[in-house]
Design a protein around this ligand. Structure first.
Ligand code: AMP
Ligand code: MG
Length: 487
C-alpha cells in the first residue's frame, strides 16, 4: 500500500511534446471536499483507501496541490460530432496530470476533469459541475463491475466554486483513470491537419505502449486496427446486452483502447426500448440505443480514414468487415447466457428478437426481467413474469418455445440455473432516477447516498441485504428524466 506521495510517474504522453499537448496548470476549486472515492480504483494505484479521507487527497484532486513529478497537459484532438467534422477539439476542461505505474507494472493516466480553462476550451469555462462528475464516477465504476470495459474513476471532489449552467451549480472534479486517453479523434486531428510525421509518432506510441503484441504481426498497424475493431465490437455488444446507452458517440469520445469513455447524458434502459434516446439534444436519434451498433462501425470507418497513410484501403475495409459479425457473435453469446442457455442453436437469435419485441411492446423492465427469469425454474419463472406483458398470447407462445429450448439445453437443478443466471444478470444497475436521488442529496451537502449507491453498484450481481430499494423499477417521476448535455 502506498501513501499519496509514493506514486511513481512516467509521463510518456507528455514526452511526445508540444505538438500533442500543452502544459497547463489546474485552476483550483474553492473549499474542496471529498464527495466519494472508489476503493477498487484506489487499489489500481496501490493506494491505501484511508488516504482518501486526508485533506491532501482533496487538495491534490481539486487543483490545489501537484506532485513534483506530475506534468499536467491538455491534449489536442478533433473528431466527428454528430456526423460532422470539427477540426479542433482537445481537453477543454480536463488535464492529463501524468501517468503512474503500479506494482504490477500497469500504467494509469491520471486525468483531472473540470480542472479549468485550457487553450482548447473554446466557449467553455473549463469546469464540470457536481451533478455530471457524480454521474461519470458512478457510471464508470458501475460499468466496470458489470464487466463492461470502461475508464475508471478514483474520486469526485466537490467545492463551493459557482459554475453557471442552466442555473448556478457548484464546480467539481472527477479523477479519471485509463491506460490511455487517446481517442479516435487524436488520429483524425493529425490526419486532417496534414501532419504526417506527428501522426506516425502517435501511431508508434499507441502501437508500442498499448498494442505491443501487434508488433509481432507482418503488418503491425493493420493488426492494431483489427484489434481496435474487435474490442469495439465486443464493448458495444456488452452495451446492447446490458441496456447501456452512451448518448454521445462522437469520434472524440471513442477510446483507442475500446473502453467506454467520456460520459455525458448516458443512461441504462429501465423499460426495454430499442429506440430510446438518452440525450435530449439528439433530435434525430443518431445515438439512439439500437443505433449504437451501426454507429460503432461508422466511427471505426472514421478512424480507418485517418489511418489510410499507414494501411491500404482494401485491408482497412476487410478489417472493418469484421465488426458486424463479431458484434453479432458477442451479443448473441451474452444474450444466450442471460437466458440461462449454455449451448447454441440456430434459432436462438430469433428467440432473443421475439422476446425483445414483446418487452418493447409491453414496456417491461429490462434488468429485472432477466434477473427474475433466473430466480426459479424456467416454467415457474415465465408463469410469474407473464403478468408484465400486455400481449399475453404472444408471450405464451414465446414462453413455450423458451421452455422447450431450456429443456433441450440440459438438465440443471434450480440452484445451478439460478447461480449461473444471477452471475450474468445484475440486480442493480445505475438507473437515472437512482443517480438523480444521489445527486440531489449531494447538492445539499449529504454524500452518504452517492457513497451507498456506489457501494451497491460495485457488486451488481450479488443480492445485498437491506438494499431492495435499489432494485426497483423507477417511480413515475424518475421514468423519463431529461439529462442535460451541459455538464
Ligand atoms: P464533450 O461533449 O464533453 O465530449 O466535449 C466536447 C468538447 O468540448 C471537448 O473538447 C471538451 O473538452 C469541450 N468542453 C466540454 N465542456 C466544456 C467546458 N465546460 N469548458 C471547456 N470545454 C468544454
Ligand atoms: Mg468528450
Amino acid at each position: 500500500m502506498k501513501a499519496l506521495d509514493e506514486l511513481t510517474f512516467d509521463n510518456r504522453f507528455a514526452r511526445l511534446g508540444d505538438a500533442f499537448s500543452t502544459h497547463v496548470l489546474p485552476e483550483p476549486l474553492d473549499e474542496p471536499r471529498l464527495v466519494v472515492a472508489s476503493n477498487a480504483a484506489m487499489a489500481l494505484l496501490d493506494l491505501d483507501p484511508a488516504v482518501a479521507e486526508t485533506p491532501v487527497f482533496a487538495e491534490l484532486f481539486s487543483g490545489h496541490k501537484l506532485w513534483a513529478e506530475a506534468e499536467p497537459r491538455a491534449m489536442v484532438y478533433s473528431g466527428h460530432q454528430f456526423g460532422g467534422y470539427t477540426p479542433q477539439l482537445g481537453d477543454g476542461r480536463g488535464l492529463l496530470l501524468g501517468e503512474v505505474y503500479n506494482e504490477a507494472g500497469e500504467h494509469w493516466d491520471l486525468h483531472l476533469k473540470g480542472a479549468g480553462m485550457t487553450p482548447y476550451s473554446r466557449m467553455g469555462d473549463g469546469r464540470a459541475v457536481l451533478r455530471s462528475s457524480i454521474r461519470e464516477f458512478l457510471a464508470s465504476e458501475a460499468l466496470h463491475a458489470l464487466g463492461i470495459p470502461s475508464s475508471r474513476a478514483l474520486c469526485v471532489i466537490g467545492s463551493s466554486t459557482p459554475v453557471w449552467r442552466e442555473k448556478q451549480e457548484r464546480g467539481a472534479m472527477v479523477l479519471r483513470l485509463a491506460h490511455s486517453h487517446i481517442r479516435f479523434g487524436h488520429f483524425e486531428y493529425f490526419y486532417y491537419t496534414k501532419k504526417p510525421e506527428q501522426q506516425a509518432e502517435l501511431a508508434e506510441h499507441v502501437l508500442n505502449l498499448h498494442y505491443p503484441e501487434c508488433r509481432e504481426q507482418p503488418e503491425p498497424y493493420l493488426a492494431m486496427f483489427r484489434e481496435i475493431v474487435e474490442r469495439n465490437a465486443e464493448m458495444i455488444a456488452k452495451w446492447q446486452a446490458y441496456g447501456f446507452c452512451h448518448g454521445v458517440m462522437n469520434t472524440d469520445n471513442m477510446s483507442i483502447l475500446g473502453i467506454t469513455f467520456d460520459f455525458g447524458p448516458f443512461a441504462f434502459l429501465d423499460d426495454f426500448d430499442a429506440h430510446f434516446i438518452c440525450n435530449h439534444s439528439d433530435h434525430e436519434g443518431r445515438y439512439s440505443f439500437s443505433n449504437q451498433v451501426p454507429i460503432g462501425q461508422w466511427n471505426l470507418s472514421a478512424l480507418a480514414q485517418a489511418l489510410t497513410p499507414f494501411i491500404s484501403v482494401d485491408a482497412l475495409k476487410e478489417a472493418l468487415g469484421l465488426y458486424l459479425p463479431l458484434y453479432q457473435a458477442h451479443y448473441l453469446d451474452l444474450m444466450r447466457r442471460r437466458l440461462g442457455l449454455t449451448t447454441a442453436e440456430d434459432d436462438d437469435q430469433k428467440l432473443v428478437e421475439q422476446l425483445l419485441k414483446l418487452m418493447q411492446n409491453s414496456g417491461v423492465d429490462y434488468t429485472l426481467f432477466f434477473r427474475r427469469l433466473g430466480d426459479e425454474s424456467a416454467a415457474l419463472a415465465v408463469a410469474r413474469l407473464r403478468d408484465d406483458f400486455v400481449d399475453l398470447a404472444g408471450f405464451d407462445a414465446w414462453a413455450e418455445q423458451y421452455k422447450a429450448r431450456v429443456a433441450r439445453d440440459g438438465d440443471y437443478s434450480e440452484v445451478q440455473r439460478r447461480e449461473r443466471m444471477h452471475a450474468v444478470n445484475p440486480l442493480y444497475i445505475l438507473r437515472n432516477y437512482l443517480a438523480q436521488n444521489a445527486i440531489a442529496a449531494a447538492e445539499s451537502g449529504d454524500y452518504s447516498e452517492v457513497r451507498r449507491l456506489h457501494e451497491v453498484l460495485s457488486k451488481p450481481f450479488e443480492e445485498q441485504a437491506g438494499m431492495e430499494q435499489y432494485a426497483q423499477r423507477p417511480p413515475d417521476w424518475g421514468k423519463h428524466l431529461e439529462i442535460s448535455c451541459s455538464s
